[in-house]
Design a protein around this ligand. Sequence first.
Ligand SMILES: O=P(O)(O)OC[C@H]1O[C@H](OP(=O)(O)OP(=O)(O)O)[C@H](O)[C@@H]1O
Ligand SMILES: Nc1ncnc2[nH]cnc12
Length: 187
Amino acid sequence: MTSATTAGHSETICEDLTRLVLDNLREIPDFPEPGVLFRDITPLLANGPAFVSLVDGLADHYRGRIDAVAGLESRGFILAAPLAVRLGIGMLTVRKSGKLPGPVIGVDYDLEYGSARMELRPETVQPGSRVLVIDDVLATGGTAAASISLIEQAGARVEAICMLLELRDLGGRARLEGREVDSVVIF
Ligand SMILES: O=P(O)(O)OC[C@H]1O[C@H](OP(=O)(O)OP(=O)(O)O)[C@H](O)[C@@H]1O
Ligand SMILES: Nc1ncnc2[nH]cnc12
């Protein structure tokens, strides 16, 4: 379904997981606006056995290393919830502006298309806990960087960042320099 020959993955991620994601992706040019090549994960989510294998593979990768999974609204929630349940740990919801009841902390940031603000309820964060940040796409890195800042402001430690897809040309990895960034597929 996609240009698998040009895609790679983080060294930490096993090739089977990369193949699984690549085989279940769709690419849509000029969505949601001209010039953006949108990488659609809905075929992956709709494929039950593939979705289960993905969650199991990620759970094996992080088991014993993390105390909570932070999902970034909204597509990150789809990955964070089953992973947290599979590992028997809690999920943190890092949400877009105005969705969470207070008290919240927030950070403004820029996107590949548009701008946004992420918020977190610090009361949901266990001080000193090891948190995995997970989302579907790493593009400019603004969403991930803002979310990491919130989790750390709340007193936890971001152990690693897991991204289903990394769009290398948009430079997100540079914004997360010094951190473990595990991308299942790198375009
Ligand atoms: O690395 P960045 O440039 O910050 O971009 C990546 C973010 O953009 C997308 O979210 P979007 O805002 O489209 O929201 P959605 O998940 O609700 O569709 C994607 O799911 C990431 O969260
Ligand atoms: N090109 C892209 N495809 C899918 N989701 C995205 N989020 C930001 N950029 C994206």
